[in-house]
Structure formats: C-alpha cells, structure tokens
Design a protein around this ligand. Structure first.
Ligand SMILES: Cc1cc2nc3c(=O)[nH]c(=O)nc-3n(C[C@H](O)[C@H](O)[C@H](O)COP(=O)(O)O)c2cc1C
Length: 324
C-alpha cells in the first residue's frame, strides 16, 4: 500500500475521480486558461492537477462582438460566445504542443445540436495526450428553441448518453449549469446518461447597464457571471449535488484563495476548478497547490482526499432546497 504521507512530509495530494486520476486537486477551468500553453510563461503545467481547454466546437468560431467582458462587484461578466479554434485545429496544433506537459489535459466540448456534441467527442476519442472530456451543457440548443441543454433532464440524459457512446475511451465529465431551479435534478440526469464525473458550476446569467447611455454594457446584452460574487451560490450547489448524487465532483465558482478551495472540498468536491482568478493572477493555480499542501500539514491532514465531503451538517438537516 502507498503511504498516505510522502517521505518528505508533504501531504498526499493525489485524488481519484472515478476513472480519472489527478496528481493534485487543482484544475484550471475552461475559458480562463486558453489551450494550456499560453500559461507556460507564468507557471509549470506539471505542477497542476490538470487544466480544461477552452470549449471546442466542430468548426472554428469567432464568438461575439465586443464588448464581451466587463468587471462587476467581486466578479466579471462574460459573453465571449464560445470563440475557439475548432476541434481539428486543436488536434493538429494545440494538443501536440502539450505532449509531456505532465498534467491532465481535459477538452471542454460543446455544440449547438446533439449531433455536434457527438461529432466533437468522436474526434477527440483516443487522441494521444488527452485525459478526459468535459461537456459544457450551458450551450443553447438551437433545435429546441435555444434553451440551454443543461436545463432539461431528458435532453441532458440524451446528449450525455450519445457522447458516452461516441467517446467510450475517455472519462466523461459533465459540467452543469447553475441556471436551473434544482441542480440535483440535472446531476441525476447526467448520471443516468453515463457521466463519470460532474463539474459545477458554470456561470450565472446576468447583465450590466451603462446608465449614461442606458445601453447594456455587453454587446450580447446577457453574459455569464463568475468570480467571488458567485462563491456562496456555487458552494451550496456542490453540497446539494453531493447529498443527492453518488458521483465524484469537481467544484468551482469564485475560488480566490486556498481556503475557498478547501471549502469546496469539504462541501463534497474531490477536485476544484479555478477560473476567473487566472485573469487576476495567472500563476494562482500552482500557488493554490502549495497552499493546500501547507494547510493540510498545519492541520495534520495526511491526504487531501480525506477532506472530501467532510462537511458536518446540523443533526436532522434534510437534503434539498430548504426554507430560509
Ligand atoms: C471568460 C470566460 C470564458 C469561459 N468559457 C467557458 C467555456 O468555454 N466552457 C465552459 O464550460 N465554461 C466556460 N467558462 C466558465 C468557467 O469555466 C467557470 O465555470 C466559471 O467561470 C465559474 O468559475 P470561476 O468563478 O472560478 O471563474 C468561462 C468563464 C469565463 C470567465
């Protein structure tokens, strides 16, 4: 048996999420970390648990017109419009450049139709150097009136099942939208469709107004809110999903320091993802790894995985949306 603490006294940071093994629980989130190589000037990718690429579609996309980001109180709004190089350029140019990077490479996948999700996933299945795919279910379903895939349990089951069949060799992470009444319902549907791992949450829908012009700040009008402003909302959703569905979780939303990351782990995450913080400090993810290690040593925690889901709820607490 491998000892839980390494001989140099460092914490055992390894985590196992179903079929996916990570060297530590810190993963850079999709859309905030490019295709990985862009962050080489700021950190050693080898020090990360993993990173998730920008969302990939079948064809390249330019995304929305600017302005497509704006700062808000304790957060940011973005309406990038899923600009990306497309799956073929990713496979030909981006993925080969990551060979030997020493960390888990996770491809984020989206489509405007179920067939597009399937086609992207099929292209990625078996790609050398790719460790998992993450399905972004926040994308509007153009065949079903533009509602996001992730708000309808039958649609979630169907798209997750179809991707599962198209990419049988890769661990399948399903990323949930928080823009739904009860995220546990979506999580259950993802599990029924064949998800190995759940990641949550994506951004919350929001907008900003320029009072002087009385126009929306974002050209797209609506954007996704991320950053510290959403942390309590996201933390609740992780706890909610943990209490309802038996799948490993990657929790995220507003993580800005080591204590935030640890709170997500205690709430039920086996690993965490870090997004908006990368814009503030591009080296933050590897610093978080060191700080989690130091915190665990200080608290006598030998293996970080032992912290997952250790939240102590008051006796008699019933899982589920509660009256407040
Ligand atoms: C500029 C930007 C682009 C994003 N692009 C994607 C994307 O392509 N796919 C996706 O699943 N999530 C995307 N996200 C959502 C993040 O991965 C993450 O779920 C969200 O920002 C919450 O985490 P945070 O508060 O740490 O940023 C994006 C977020 C931002 C800020």
């Amino acid at each position: 048996m491998t000892p839980a603490r390494r001989s140099d006294g460092a914490t055992d940071l390894r985590v196992q999420l179903g079929p996916l093994r990570l060297k530590n629980p810190v993963v850079a989130a999709s859309g905030t970390f490019g295709y990985g190589a862009e962050f080489r000037p700021y950190l050693d990718l080898n020090d990360l648990g993993g990173f998730v690429t920008k969302g990939l579609s079948l064809l390249p996309r330019r995304g929305n017109a600017p302005p497509r980001t704006c700062e808000t109180a304790s957060g940011m709004l973005n309406a990038i419009g899923l600009a990306n190089v497309g799956v073929e350029a990713f496979l030909a140019e981006k993925l080969p450049a990551l060979r030997g990077c020493g960390t888990a490479v996770i491809a984020n996948v989206f489509g405007e139709t179920q067939d597009e999700y399937v086609a992207v996933a099929r292209r990625l299945n078996g790609a050398p150097g790719l460790d998992a795919i993450e399905l972004n279910l926040s994308c509007p379903n153009t065949e079903k009136g533009g509602l996001a895939f992730g708000v309808s349990p039958p649609v979630i089951r169907e798209v997750v099942g179809a991707v599962r069949r198209a990419a049988p060799d890769l661990p399948l992470i399903v990323k949930l939208t928080p823009n739904i009444t009860d995220v546990a319902v979506a999580a259950t549907a993802a599990k029924e469709g064949g998800a190995d791992i759940l990641s949550l949450v994506n951004t919350f829908l929001g907008m900003a107004i320029d009072l002087k012009t009385r126009r929306p700040v974002l050209d797209n009008v609506v954007g996704g809110l991320s950053g510290p402003a959403i942390k309590p909302l996201a933390l609740y959703m992780v706890q909610r999903v943990r209490s309802a569905v038996d799948l490993p979780i990657m929790g995220m939303g507003g993580i800005a320091n080591c204590r935030d990351a640890l709170e997500f782990i205690v709430a039920g995450s086996a690993a965490v993802q870090v997004g908006t913080l990368n814009f503030v400090d591009p080296g933050a993810t590897t610093r978080l790894v060191r700080e989690i290690d130091a915190w665990c040593r200080g608290e006598g925690v030998r293996a970080v995985r032992d912290l997952t889901g250790t939240l102590r709820l008051p006796a008699g607490t019933t899982p589920g949306p509660a009256a407040v």
